[in-house]
Design a protein around this ligand. Sequence first.
Ligand SMILES: *[C@@H]1O[C@H](CO)[C@@H](O)[C@H](O)[C@H]1NC(C)=O
Ligand SMILES: *[C@@H]1O[C@H](CO)[C@@H](O)[C@H](O)[C@H]1NC(C)=O
Ligand SMILES: *[C@@H]1O[C@H](CO)[C@@H](O)[C@H](O)[C@H]1NC(C)=O
Ligand SMILES: *[C@@H]1O[C@H](CO)[C@@H](O)[C@H](O)[C@H]1NC(C)=O
Ligand SMILES: *[C@@H]1O[C@H](CO)[C@@H](O)[C@H](O)[C@H]1NC(C)=O
Ligand SMILES: *[C@@H]1O[C@H](CO)[C@@H](O)[C@H](O)[C@H]1NC(C)=O
Length: 498
Amino acid sequence: MSATPAAAVWLSAIVMLTVVGSPRAFVMVEAGVNIEPNPNGEVGLMSSESKYFNCKSDSRGTQELLSWVDNNGKEIVNDPANRIYTTQKKNMVKLELKNPQKEDTGTYKCVSRNKNGQETSWAYFKLVVFNPTTVSGTTNYLKSEGTRFTMDCTATSDRDATVEFTWMFENHDLSQDNKYRIDTVHEKVRDEIRTVSRLEIRNTTKDHDGKYTCLVDTTNRFLSDEKELRINLHVQYKPRFDEKTPKSIWISEEAVQQGGPLSVNISCIVYADPVAKINWKAWNGAPVQTQPHPLPNQNMRTVISDAENMSSLTLHYQSIHELKNPKMSMRHRYTCSAANSQGSASNTFEIKVGRIPDSPQIVHIEYKDGSIVLNLNESHVEPPVDIYRLEISDEQAHLFNKSSSTNPREPNNNTYVIELNLPRGEHKVNLFAHNPVGWSENPYGSYFFTVVSGAPHHLGMAWHTWLLTLGLLTAAQLLMMEGRGMAGRFFMGALIQF
Ligand SMILES: *[C@@H]1O[C@H](CO)[C@@H](O)[C@H](O)[C@H]1NC(C)=O
Ligand SMILES: *[C@@H]1O[C@H](CO)[C@@H](O)[C@H](O)[C@H]1NC(C)=O
Ligand SMILES: *[C@@H]1O[C@H](CO)[C@@H](O)[C@H](O)[C@H]1NC(C)=O
Ligand SMILES: *[C@@H]1O[C@H](CO)[C@@H](O)[C@H](O)[C@H]1NC(C)=O
Ligand SMILES: *[C@@H]1O[C@H](CO)[C@@H](O)[C@H](O)[C@H]1NC(C)=O
Ligand SMILES: *[C@@H]1O[C@H](CO)[C@@H](O)[C@H](O)[C@H]1NC(C)=O
C-alpha cells in the first residue's frame, strides 16, 4: 500500500526540496506534508487564470495543524473576498488562487504544525504570475488606391514573455510576401513590454481590400497565449471600364439599307468605389439627356437608363439616313464619363456600320486523332470575324476562336484543329461565322466527314470538356448567339485552344 499516488507525490516533493537546495528539507520531512496536484517546484499563471492546490498531511493519528503561508510569510486565511484564500477540508487545506496579480508572485508554503505551534514539516512551490498580452490598434482603414500606408498592431505583454507577430491577409501569411513590409519595434514600459508591428503597403490597390489579422503569440517557459487583432481595409478607387468595353457599336449594313426606325443601345459599365456618377456627352461635348421627343434639328430621341455602376444610352432613330453618310461619322460618337470622389474616367463609343460575315467555305474536313481538322476559305469582312460556330448533325454546336490561329507565325494558315470525341460514323456539319455585327445567316453548304475508329474516350467525358470550355465565352457572346435565334436550340459551346 505504500506505493499510492499520494506517496509518490510526497516523494517527489522531497526530491524537489533537495533540488531547490534547502538543507532543512531533510530535517523536516519525517512527518510529511505534500501538495496536490504536484506543482513540480514552479507554477506559472496568467493573471486572469485560476488554480488550486491541496495541502495534505501524511502523519496519521497525530494532531497536526495544516496551513498555507503566502509570499510575505503571512498565513493565508479563509476569506473568499481575497484573490488568494484557503478553505479547510477534512485532512487538508485547499489554497485557492483566484485571479492572482503580478505582485502575488512568490513562494507559497504548506506548513504542518504540532500542538505547540512548532513547524514539523512543510512543502512549497513558487508562483510566477504573468500579465496577459493585450493587442490594440485601428481596426478599420479606408484608403485610396495608389497610397502608401502602414497598419499598426500593438501588443502589451509581460516583461518575462516573448511575443511573435504573424500578419495574415484573408488566409494568406504575409511574412514571405514582398508586396508588404513588416517592421517590429520593442519598447519597455515598467514591467511590461510594448511591441508594435507595422505592416506597410507601398502601393495600395483594390487587391489589398479585405480582412487582415495580426496574430500575437506570447510564450515563456510556462505559457503560450494567442491574441489577435482583426483589421478591415477598404480600398477606394477611381472609375475604370472593363477591358472588354467596345470602342465601336456595330450596326448591320442591311438594317441601314432597309431604312426606317432603328434603336441603338450603348451600355456603359463602370467599376468604381464609391459608386460613380455616370454622364453621357455627344460628339461636340454637349450633355446627352433623356429626350422623349426628337429635338427640331435631330432625327432621334434618346433614353438614358441608369443603374448602379451602369448606364445605358438608347438612341431611337426615326431614320438612319445620316448613319449612311461618312461625312457625318464624327457625330456618331458618344462619351460615357464616370466620376467619383477618387477621380474620373471616360470611354467614347463610335456607332459604325458593318457587314455580317458570310459563312466560310470548308476546303477540307477530316477527323484525325480525336480532332476535327478543318481547312477554311475564309471570307474577309469589316469588322473581321472573331468566332466560328461548327454545328454537327447530332445537334451540338462548337464555337472556336478565330484569332487563336494554329500557328501565330502564319496568320493566314486557315487550318483549325478542334479536339472533339465523336462516335464512329458519318457526321454532317454546318459552319457559321461571327463578327461584332452578328452571325452569318446561312451556311455556305453542308459538309460531311467520317469517323473511322471509335473515340479514344467515352463520349460522356467530352461533355464535361464542353461544359468547362463554355465558361470561357463571355456573356456578351452568349447574348449575341441568343439574339440570333439560338435560344430555343440545344447547343453546347467549345472555345478551342490551339
Ligand atoms: C501603383 O500601382 C499601380 C498599379 O499597379 C501603378 O499603375 C502605379 O504606377 C503604382 N504607383 C507607384 C507609386 O508605384
Ligand atoms: C441596353 O442594354 C443593356 C445591357 O445589355 C440592357 O440592360 C438594357 O435593357 C438595354 N436597353 C434597351 C432599351 O434595350
Ligand atoms: C457597384 O459597385 C460597388 C463598388 O465596387 C459595389 O460594391 C456594388 O456591389 C456594385 N453594384 C452592383 C449592382 O453591381
Ligand atoms: C475561296 O473563295 C473565293 C471567293 O469565294 C474563291 O474565289 C476562291 O477560289 C476560293 N479559294 C479556294 C482555295 O477555294
Ligand atoms: C480569342 O482568343 C484570344 C486569345 O486567346 C483572345 O484575346 C480573344 O479575346 C478571343 N476572342 C473571342 C471573341 O473570344
Ligand atoms: C497550317 O498549319 C497546320 C498545322 O500546324 C499544318 O499542318 C499545315 O501544313 C499548315 N498549312 C499551311 C498552308 O501552311
